[in-house]
Write a protein that binds this ligand. Structure first.
Ligand SMILES: CC[C@@H](C(=O)O)C(=O)SCCNC(=O)CCNC(=O)[C@H](O)C(C)(C)COP(=O)(O)OP(=O)(O)OC[C@H]1O[C@@H](n2cnc3c(N)ncnc32)[C@H](O)[C@@H]1OP(=O)(O)O
Ligand SMILES: [Co+2]
Length: 135
């Protein structure tokens, strides 16, 4: 793992959050993408080599809806970029981390993603991301 790929932030109203983060960063988001399999609408801002990923729930069973219901809006996950997601999953499993999906799934922005349970990482949901084109 050599850099933070993005920080995921759970929001109730993505249009309003887009305005706030555009005001904060001084530039607009570069894309919006729905990921139906995760029940989310995402919006991305670049931030150096990393990104901010705003996430709005698109249904009541979405992890974002459940998170906001329990904890309110805020940082939902930290995503690390990895060169070989299969190798990292194997390594992290051997280290004792609880892998939520051992088979990488398609995330937003052309990435394959794997999640580690927050109880494995002191209450922080961790995402691993690899470019789909590098598989
Ligand atoms: C857009 C695609 C992708 C990308 O390309 O970037 C994404 O980012 S998708 C993001 C949304 N998808 C996910 O979050 C998938 C992984 N998450 C999960 O599998 C689940 O949300 C979970 C982490 C396993 C929790 O699910 P569940 O056990 O059903 O939820 P509960 O609401 O019952 O919570 C149990 C427990 O865990 C705490 N929790 C839940 N989410 C988080 C979180 N994001 N960060 C920290 N802690 C979290 C929750 O508060 C509960 O704690 P206790 O109340 O103390 O038991
Ligand atoms: Co994410």
């Amino acid at each position: 793992m050599n850099r933070i790929e993005h920080i995921g932030i759970a929001v109730r109203d993505i249009e309003e959050a887009n305005k706030v983060y555009a005001g904060l960063l001084g530039y607009e988001h570069y894309k919006t993408e729905e990921v139906p399999s995760e029940g989310v609408l995402t919006s991305f801002f670049r931030c150096g080599e990393s990104k901010i990923e705003l996430l709005k729930a698109t249904n009541a069973e979405s992890p974002i809806a459940r998170f906001i219901e329990k904890k309110g809006e805020g940082i939902h996950h930290v995503a690390f970029y990895v060169d070989d997601i299969y190798k990292e999953v194997k390594r992290l499993k051997n280290e004792g981390f609880q892998i939520l999906n051992e088979e990488p799934k398609k995330g937003a922005d052309n990435k394959l993603v794997v999640f580690l349970h927050p109880r494995s990482a002191h209450g922080v949901l961790i995402e691993l991301c690899q470019d789909i084109t590098k598989t």
